[in-house]
Write a protein that binds this ligand. Structure first.
Ligand code: HEC
Length: 201
């Protein structure tokens, strides 16, 4: 006990006294245990505020888009990327086309046809003159925008446009494009509506 008790210096009555008091032992122990558990939790789950864990992703969607994809999803994602770089300028990222610039691909009978033979000829050869899309007449022309794309990329683009914006149709493989490319009509003239209708769908 403290010396105060032995020395007889009694404070005057009414005067407040401050005596040192220690925290109970159990609080110290519990605090240490909690700190220890917290430390382990932090160690396992925090990623130690590593920039690779915290900084690169701007949003949950962004993080999702960066996950490795496989099979059909990856093929469609590849098609989307190429579409937006090569076709989207005219047909729009939403596939709705632009008045005076390009007809829509969303809901287009050329895009969602059962077969993709005619469809594939359009980017491979280009198309010119009057063509009807969803009951509207377009009379413009499109260069062979897909002719320079590798088979796999064009197949991915066609698979993407056949399965986006509400469209639903079978997918196209790189080999399909390879076969169609090998039998393209001679000459570099763009397809017309009549030429397309004369070939198998
Ligand atoms: C420079 C603008 C432009 C670009 C780029 C372009 N197109 Fe077109 N596309 C057109 C125009 C204009 C027409 C209508 C041609 C006509 O009236 O004969 C058309 C027509 C079409 C059609 C038939 C009509 C329809 O709407 O279904 C398809 C399919 C098509 N384009 C697909 C593509 C694909 C796939 C790409 C990319 C590989 C592409 N286009 C790139 C301008 C473009």
């Amino acid at each position: 006990m403290s010396d105060e008790n032995k020395s007889c210096s009694v404070p005057p009555p009414g005067e407040p006294t401050a005596t040192p008091s220690t925290a109970p032992m159990w609080i110290i122990v519990v605090t240490l245990i909690l700190l220890f558990i917290g430390g382990i939790y932090f160690d396992r789950n925090s990623g130690w505020f590593n920039a690779k864990v915290y900084s690169p992703y701007a949003s949950a969607e962004n993080l999702d888009a960066c996950q490795p994809q496989s099979g059909a999803a990856a093929f469609i994602a590849r098609g989307k990327k190429t579409y937006e770089a090569v076709c989207g300028v005219c047909h729009g990222p939403d596939g709705l086309g632009k008045p005076g610039q390009a007809p829509p691909l969303a809901g287009s009978e050329w895009v969602i046809a059962k077969g993709f033979n005619r469809l594939a000829h359009i980017p491979l050869m280009g198309v010119a003159g009057s063509i009807q899309v969803s009951g509207k007449d377009w009379n413009m022309n499109m260069a062979a925008m897909g002719a320079a794309l590798p088979d796999e990329d064009l197949a991915a683009v066609l698979t993407y446009i056949r399965n986006s914006w509400g469209n639903k149709a079978s997918s196209v493989a790189g080999d399909d494009i390879k076969h169609i490319r090998a039998k393209l009509p001679a000459g570099a003239q763009p397809m017309t509506h009549d030429m397309l209708m004369q070939m198998p769908e």
